[in-house]
Design a protein around this ligand. Structure first.
Ligand SMILES: CC(C)(COP(=O)(O)OP(=O)(O)OC[C@H]1O[C@@H](n2cnc3c(N)ncnc32)[C@H](O)[C@@H]1OP(=O)(O)O)[C@@H](O)C(=O)NCCC(=O)NCCS
Length: 191
């Protein structure tokens, strides 16, 4: 768990227009079910992932870095509003500071700044942990995710054409392009 973002030092801020206070805190083991539920909502939209269903928690857990796992919660009700986490992009030592972003916000909490809060804090947390590049692969149709990453300083590296085929669901068999996005830290690894 990321020592830089423990539940004790999580921040609470008003999310504009929502009337709710949103806290960002480190993910806890008991958050697993909520994380997978929100992941399932994103998958159901058809434009967030090649996955056709959320994995088992142990597979999600094994596939993500233990550091920099964040959740956004309604600080009044405790309800989980979203999460952000990182996956390694390579086992090679030279890429040890490069990770891939996942950020998911529950359907009912979207367009209220929760994604912005999560991704901003993920970037900060990743820099504290010494990571130098965050990348994201986004379907071109996912205008919300493209806007979110742009807002948080990711640049579009390029369009990866027909990178993968949807394995299941309404778009099964369709080849999908992926926009490769990247944020190079201006402060980590500049020596
Ligand atoms: C992508 C996602 C995480 C954005 O979260 P969010 O909490 O709704 O985003 P925010 O309210 O913080 O908005 C972030 C920016 O994106 C813009 N945005 C959000 N939704 C948008 C949409 N549907 N269309 C266009 N722009 C959108 C906002 O205007 C905002 O930009 P601004 O700060 O300049 O106004 C959310 O839509 C989601 O969970 N989608 C399904 C899962 C997914 O696709 N995850 C990304 C996988 S790559």
């Amino acid at each position: 768990m990321d020592a830089a973002l423990t539940p004790e030092n999580s921040e609470e801020k008003e999310t504009p227009g929502s009337g709710a206070r949103v806290a960002i805190r480190a993910m806890r083991p008991e958050d697993g079910m909520g994380v997978l539920e929100i992941f399932a909502q994103g998958i159901a939209g058809g434009h967030s992932s090649f996955e056709s269903r959320p994995p088992e928690w142990r597979d999600w857990d094994a596939g993500h870095l233990e550091i920099c796992r964040l959740v956004a919660v309604d600080s009044t009700s405790g309800e989980m509003l979203g999460w952000a986490a990182l996956s390694p992009v390579s086992g090679r030592c030279v890429y040890g500071g490069v990770a891939e972003v996942s950020v998911y916000v529950s359907e009912r909490a979207r367009r209220r700044g929760v994604g912005n809060r999560l991704l901003a804090e993920l970037v900060e947390s990743s820099e504290k942990a010494g990571l130098w590049t965050l990348q994201a692969g986004v379907f071109p149709e996912n205008t919300a995710s493209l806007a979110l990453h742009d807002k948080q300083g990711f640049r579009q590296v390029g369009l990866r054409e027909a990178l993968g085929k949807m394995p299941a669901g309404p778009l099964a068999g369709k080849w999908r392009d992926i926009v490769l996005l990247e944020r190079r830290s201006p402060v980590v690894g500049r020596d």
